[in-house]
Ligand binder design. Structure first.
Ligand code: CDP
Ligand code: CDP
Length: 218
């Protein structure tokens, strides 16, 4: 299985990981893993069953039992389409809190690795290059300034007809980044052998081209 190439794209919230990773996967004909969606699904499932978000055992149980289907751009939880529900801000924050629990992370590990299928995988998240696919062929740390990221998220929400406030978004994003980078297990950081791609002044197409170029060179 280790002959199957992985491109790992990690980075902070709204840096463009999902969009860029999906396009790179599309160009190469590779599979795509949105690992953040799994943490969001655990969060949604926990909130819906009124689980205690501080109970690591209950949460890791939920993570181990997740009944989820990824189908093109849609995500189904127990046969319900939750594609939009998991993007809600409450879910983002809960996801980032439960993602600090080692047992939850372990419970999701094999599920993520199962996405590694022929002819290849592009995976995005926080620990794709460091923990889940340490032997990835290419590791990218995708980032952009916090202001740029808040603006991108704002525009994205407005286009979906979801009301948002840019300064609240910026504050939420900073809080979540601090939690994701500061935690003791699988923190978000630019590890060794990972190339930095700052997209503050790059559009999606430029970021995609840059990754495809780097992949072609290895
Ligand atoms: O997955 P992640 O949270 O890192 O970000 P995303 O959802 O892929 O991207 C957030 C928003 O930024 C989307 O609406 C993208 O279209 C946009 N974006 C952009 O305007 N320029 C980029 N270079 C990358 C993303
Ligand atoms: O799209 P955005 O970058 O805002 O978030 P996401 O990638 O969907 O991830 C949601 C939350 O899940 C993050 O804030 C992390 O706390 C957690 N996460 C993680 O810990 N490890 C991953 N590989 C992916 C997400």
């Amino acid at each position: 299985i280790n002959d199957i190439p992985v491109i790992a794209i990690d980075g902070p919230s709204a840096s463009g990981k999902g969009t860029v990773a999906q396009r790179v996967a599309g160009k190469l004909g590779f599979h795509y893993l949105d690992s953040g969606a799994l943490y969001r699904l655990v969060a949604l499932s926990a909130m819906r069953s009124d689980a205690d978000l501080a109970d690591e055992h209950v949460l890791s149980d939920i993570a181990a039992r997740l009944d989820v289907v990824f189908e093109d751009a849609e995500i189904w939880l127990e046969s319900e389409n939750v594609t939009d529900a998991i993007r809600a801000e409450a879910c983002s924050n809960a996801a980032s809190r439960i993602a600090t629990y080692p047992r939850v992370r372990v419970a999701l590990l094999e599920r993520q690795r199962a996405f590694r299928q022929f002819p290849g995988l592009v995976a995005d998240g926080r620990d794709m290059g460091s923990v889940v696919f340490p032997d990835a062929a290419l590791k990218i740390f995708l980032t952009a300034s916090a202001e740029t990221r808040a603006q991108r998220r704002y525009k994205q929400l407005m286009e979906k007809g979801i009301d948002a406030n840019i300064s609240t978004l910026l504050q939420d994003l900073r809080e979540r980044d601090a939690r994701d980078s500061g935690r003791s297990v699988a923190p978000l950081q630019q590890g060794e052998g990972t190339s930095l791609l700052d997209t503050t002044s790059l559009d999606i197409g430029q970021a995609v081209d840059c990754i495809l170029r780097q992949y072609a060179e290895i």
